[in-house]
Design a protein around this ligand. Structure first.
Ligand SMILES: Nc1ncnc2c1ncn2[C@@H]1O[C@H](COP(=O)(O)OP(=O)(O)OP(=O)(O)O)[C@@H](O)[C@H]1O
Length: 260
């Protein structure tokens, strides 16, 4: 069972204390949504959890092992990381970009074994890109490209998926498609973490919410405990309505509060 644990995790980026003393335990089978205002440290947290950024103090343990100590291929097989605003530099066909997700398994994109081919096809279908296989990845819309990169992460079939704003560029239908995919991955046993700014969708899809603010962990709890009007005012500086609806919690941002 894959678990990710941050212990007293602090990260400095240049002169900035991006994260300070984060204690967090993430379990498999859960979709955890990370929220917080711009600059709160969300991307920094995800990169540290993925082993891509060394803590300045404290540690990140992947199933008990410091994540920075894993070999790159082993780490990439264990943790699929989707960066924020991912770009595609080369005009490779979409299927080959997604096949790059098989590299940590030692499978070359041009010569995938049956399992690799199946993983690529399933990932493309999951994000609604069947039929895009031969299109150059540099000739796609922003939302299509974002889904290609998510498919690449899914094709890895890693037990942990860390996605930095996976729905930021997507239309409303594909926001739901992608969140359904991430939820299904969690239901199938994966540890899934996604950064999101859409609090309404976060409240609806998250099993648990991590709220970061100025580099500190303010809350880690189910959506109804995190999304209170008082906390939204304090951390986001917004007046919001929070209501319980049949489909879950409804969070509607109403207006910005004056700067304190
Ligand atoms: N390379 C860097 N050097 C110095 N400071 C940095 C660097 N990258 C980010 N920071 C700072 O670290 C803090 C956390 O940044 P981070 O990208 O983790 O925020 P975030 O919560 O993901 O924000 P956003 O919602 O805007 O994507 C911010 O104050 C940011 O200005």
């Amino acid at each position: 069972m894959t678990e990710l644990v941050a212990r007293s995790l602090s990260v400095r980026l240049g002169r900035n204390q991006a994260l300070a003393g984060i204690d967090l335990a993430l379990a498999p089978g859960r979709l955890t949504v990370v929220v917080g205002p711009n600059g709160a440290g969300k991307s920094t947290l995800l990169r540290a959890l993925a082993g891509l950024l060394a803590p300045s103090s404290g540690s990140v343990l992947l199933s008990g092992v410091p994540v920075g100590r894993l070999r790159a291929a082993e780490r990439a097989r264990s943790v699929a990381y989707l960066p924020q605003n991912g770009q595609v530099a080369w005009p490779l066909p979409v299927a080959e970009v997604v096949a790059l997700g098989r590299l940590p398994h030692g499978e070359a994109p041009g010569a995938l074994p049956p399992e690799g081919r199946e993983a690529v096809a399933a990932a493309l279908a999951a994000v609604g890109l069947r039929g895009f296989e031969d299109r150059p990845a540099t000739e796609l819309s922003g939302g299509e490209r974002a889904r290609v990169l998510l498919a690449r992460a899914l094709a890895t079939r890693a037990p942990a998926i860390l996605a930095d704003e996976p729905i930021a560029a997507l239309d409303p239908r594909h926001e739901l498609v992608v969140l359904d995919v991430l939820k299904a991955q969690a239901r199938a046993g994966a540890l899934v973490v996604a950064i999101m700014h859409n609090l309404t969708l976060a409240a609806r899809f998250a099993d648990e919410v991590v709220l970061l603010d100025r580099g500190r962990l303010r809350a880690h709890a189910p959506p109804a405990e995190v999304f209170t009007e008082a906390r939204l005012a304090e951390s986001f500086g917004i007046a919001a309505h929070v209501a319980r609806e049949e489909g879950g919690l409804l969070v509607v941002a109403d207006r910005p509060l004056p700067e304190p």
